[in-house]
Design a protein. Structure first.
Length: 193
């Protein structure tokens, strides 16, 4: 791998194509490249989130997820290979269950806001949804293992829950609660109380 990465500017993409891991060249706007790029963007945004103060358990989980996403991107880059393992999805399911159990039930929609770390988690969630849509689109044209789509779907759910967890973590002195959408229904309920 070190030899493959020794020359970053190869100029081979100047013609508007890029190489897949199996050696094929495809246009840079190919559906597969779009899906790989969206997964890479998600991983990069998780890196931004990891630069924030986080509870240690959340930090460790996100680092593991970054490795899983690298495997997911590698699997997309190598059609026919299986790099994302079954335990990755099970790990997300368990984390989702554990973190969600500690949160109060939602009474209303929440805004993607609050603490800085929570807001970044919401950005990651929306990028995960876009990556999932790209994989669904790719899956309509080429074979993609369902596990890739399942992982991104579950990850976006987990990032929503982690955003709520991070709003309560109070690591930056600003934690507290979710930021609720001020709907007419909620205003009536608050007025009645």
């Amino acid at each position: 791998m070190a030899h493959r990465l020794s020359a970053i500017a190869t100029r081979t993409g100047d013609d508007g194509t890029t190489g897949l891991a199996d050696g094929r060249r495809v246009p840079k706007d190919d559906l597969r490249i779009q899906a790989i790029g969206d997964a890479d963007e998600l991983n990069s945004n998780l890196g931004v989130l990891l630069a924030e103060p986080l509870p240690q358990g959340v930090r460790e989980l996100l680092v593991t997820i970054q490795h899983d996403l690298f495997n997911l991107g590698g699997e997309l880059a190598m059609p026919g290979y299986e790099l994302l393992k079954d335990d990755a999805l099970l790990r997300l399911d368990q984390a989702l269950e554990d973190h969600n159990a500690a949160l109060p039930r939602l009474k209303e929609f929440i805004l993607p806001a609050g603490t800085r770390s929570s807001s970044i988690a919401h950005v990651c969630r929306t990028v995960a949804r876009r990556a999932e849509r790209s994989v669904v689109t790719l899956g309509g044209a080429e074979d993609v293992r369902p596990a890739v789509r399942h992982y991104l779907n579950r990850l976006s759910d987990l990032l929503f829950v982690l955003a709520r967890v991070l709003n309560r973590a109070n690591l930056d002195g600003l934690g507290g609660d979710d930021v609720y959408w001020q709907s007419e229904r909620l205003k009536r309920m608050e007025a009645e109380d």
